[in-house]
Design a binder for this molecule. Structure first.
Ligand SMILES: O=P(O)(O)OC[C@@H](O)[C@@H](O)c1c[nH]c2ccccc12
Length: 264
C-alpha cells in the first residue's frame, strides 16, 4: 500500500469512529432502507457499452492530494446539470473532506439535480460507510482493492449488494485484478494513476485487458484528457471511462465532456 493511501485510511478510521458515535448503525440502516430509490449504475454503463457507445462516469472533484485545488468556482449543482445535459452516463462525487475537499452534501446536491446514477467516491473500509452511502443517496460505491483484505472486500461487497447498490472494484495491477475477479461485481475499474508516485499511464489499462473475462466490464480511470485518448481505448474495445480533472478544469465541464466525446 502506498504512503498516501495509508495516511488517508488512518484518517478515515478516525472519522468513522466519530460518525458512529453521532448516529447508530441501526438508525442509519432504517434511513437507508426507507429510501427505495436506487438508480441502476452498472445497468446504465453496461447497456451503453454493449451498444459500443462511450459511457463516461463524469466526476465532481474540487481538489486532490496530487494536484491541490483543481477548480475554484465549485458548484456541484451546476456541474451535475451540465454533465447530465452533455452526455454523461453516470456521475462520481468525491465525498472525502480531508484530502479531496469533498462533502457528502455535494453528492446529495448533485444527485438531486439530475436523474443519473451516482457513485460515491470515497475510501470505504467499514460497512457503516456503505449504509451511510445509501442513506445519502449513492447508487454505487468504490472498493479499492489495494486498501482492503479479501475478507473486507467480500464483506463490503455483500453489504453493498444487500442495499441494492452496485460496486466499482478498483485495481492497479495483475495481483489486484486476480483478487477483484473473485468478487461478484461486473464493474472493474482500472486506475491509470500510480498512487505511489502519482504517475499516470493509459498503458496500465491496456496491459491488464487480456486478463479480464468477457463477463466483466472495464472502466478506465484517471488521466483521460482528449478525444484521442477515447479513440485509443475504443481501439482496444474499452468503452467505459471515469474522468475528473480534465473536465473540472474547463470553464463549462459539460462542454468539456461533449468535446471529449467528440460531440461538438
Ligand atoms: O481526475 P482524473 O485523472 O480524471 O481521475 C478521475 C478518477 O479516476 C480519480 O479521481 C480516482 C480514481 N480512483 C480514485 C480513488 C480515490 C480518489 C480518487 C480516485
Amino acid at each position: 500500500m502506498s504512503d498516501i493511501l495509508e495516511k488517508i485510511l488512518t484518517t478515515k478510521k478516525e472519522e468513522i469512529a466519530v460518525l458512529k458515535q453521532m448516529r447508530s448503525e441501526i438508525d442509519l440502516l432504517a434511513e437507508a432502507n426507507a429510501r427505495n430509490d436506487v438508480r441502476g449504475f452498472a445497468n446504465a454503463l453496461i447497456s451503453t457499452i454493449h451498444r459500443k457507445e462511450n459511457a463516461v462516469i463524469a466526476e465532481i472533484k474540487k481538489a486532490s492530494p496530487s494536484k491541490g485545488v483543481i477548480r475554484e468556482d465549485f458548484n456541484p449543482i451546476e456541474i451535475a446539470t451540465t454533465y447530465a445535459n452533455n452526455g454523461a452516463t453516470c456521475l462520481s462525487v468525491l465525498t472525502d473532506r480531508t484530502y479531496f475537499q469533498g462533502s457528502p452534501d455535494y453528492l446529495r446536491q448533485a444527485r438531486a439535480s439530475c436523474s443519473l446514477p451516482v457513485l460515491r467516491k470515497d475510501f470505504i473500509i467499514d460497512p457503516y460507510q456503505i449504509i451511510n452511502s445509501r442513506a445519502l443517496g449513492a447508487d454505487c460505491i468504490l472498493l479499492i482493492v489495494s486498501a482492503l483484505s479479501d475478507a473486507q472486500l467480500n464483506e463490503l461487497e455483500a453489504a453493498t449488494l444487500e442495499l441494492g447498490m452496485d460496486a466499482l472494484i478498483e485495481v492497479h495491477d495483475h495481483t489486484e485484478l486476480e483478487r477483484a475477479l473473485n468478487l461478484k461485481s461486473p464493474l472493474i475499474g482500472i486506475n491509470n494513476r500510480n498512487l505511489r508516485n502519482f504517475e499516470v499511464s493509459l498503458d496500465n489499462t491496456i496491459k491488464l485487458l487480456n486478463d479480464i473475462p468477457t463477463d466483466r466490464v472495464v472502466i478506465t480511470e484517471s488521466g483521460i484528457h482528449t478525444h484521442d485518448d477515447i479513440t485509443l481505448m475504443n481501439e482496444h474495445n474499452v468503452y467505459g471511462f471515469l474522468v475528473g480533472e480534465s473536465l473540472m478544469r474547463q470553464e463549462d465541464p459539460g462542454k468539456g465532456l461533449a468535446l471529449l466525446l467528440g460531440k461538438s
